[in-house]
Design a protein around this ligand. Structure first.
Ligand code: SAM
Length: 266
């Protein structure tokens, strides 16, 4: 490929997959169907792009690196089914894709994985599912349950909106250059309807952030500025519990209390 001269750019989190067994396994996991509306973030040199395209009628890819985008345009010059968007996925308006059953995939640049996830969650109503390679540590945090050390803001915010599944680990040797840590494949499936009724997204963000600002604190102390002890107790939550032992539904309950209190004091 023309892009073989390309030197991996750290600032774009470039670790290119070369292990064909792993590539095949990822594509099989995505299980593309001919008419699916798949968008790949960060196609790089096309490791996943080529096998995906074989199974699809149409594929959109988003690549920020102008040299890689140019190489893709050259390498796929005769391929009408591929649309290359040379842009930053973080600034892309996913409403600009006409379909509402988007499947988003990618071996995501590790340095912006979390912001990309949050950006995509804003478009959850148009997204059918997302399959990503991320650092294993991040996948563990996304999928962690209450009571677990990794359970925190990311677990709650993602699990509120999506079903999460950690699928398999990918070792550093599968990439060039090799990253320093293990990676893992995660599948996120946005819930068609929210699991719990949430009055206000911002309130959930605030309550979750404050609850975990000091993990060792009880919820009563961590939320002192936001909710009083009686309100927490009346919501059916023990004020002396720590954030890491609360379920996603408890955070939604607390966020709703906070939101109603704010409205009533306006
Ligand atoms: N998919 C390829 C593979 O598996 O070999 C490349 C994966 S590499 C980890 C991440 C890719 O995302 C790189 O091609 C990088 O240039 C691209 N990228 C980085 N930041 C991006 C952004 N903000 N928007 C779109 N693409 C980005």
């Amino acid at each position: 490929m023309h892009s073989d001269n390309h030197r991996a750019r750290k600032r774009f989190g470039q670790n290119f997959l070369h292990d064909q067994t792993i590539i095949q396994r990822i594509v099989d996991t995505i299980n593309p169907q001919e008419h699916d509306h798949i968008i790949e973030i960060g196609p790089g040199k096309g490791a996943l792009t080529s096998p995906l395209l074989k199974r699809l009628e149409k594929l959109n890819v988003i690549e920020i690196d102008k040299d890689l985008a140019a190489a893709l345009r050259t390498n796929f010059a005769d391929e009408k089914r591929l649309s290359i968007h040379e842009t930053d996925a973080l600034n892309l308006d996913f409403n600009s894709f006409e379909h509402t059953d988007l499947r988003i995939v990618g071996n995501l640049p590790y340095n912006i994985s979390t912001p990309i996830l949050f950006h995509l969650l804003r478009y959850r109503e148009r997204i059918k599912d997302m399959t990503f390679m991320l650092q294993k540590e991040l996948v563990d945090r996304i999928c962690a349950n209450s009571g677990n050390k990794q359970y925190g803001r990311l677990s709650i915010m993602v699990q509120y909106y999506c079903d999460v599944e950690s699928l398999f680990i990918v070792k550093p040797e599968a990439f060039t250059p090799s990253p320093k840590v293990d990676s893992a494949i995660v599948k996120l499936t946005p819930h068609p309807h929210p699991r719990y009724e949430l009055s206000d997204h911002e309130s959930l963000k605030i309550i979750v952030r404050e609850s975990f600002s000091q993990r060792r604190k009880t919820i009563r102390n961590a939320l002192k500025k936001y909710l009083d002890e009686t309100t927490i107790r009346n919501a059916g939550i023990a004020p002396e519990i720590r954030a890491e032992n609360l379920e996603v539904s408890d955070f939604v309950t607390l966020a709703n209390c906070y939101h109603h209190m704010k409205i009533n004091t306006l």
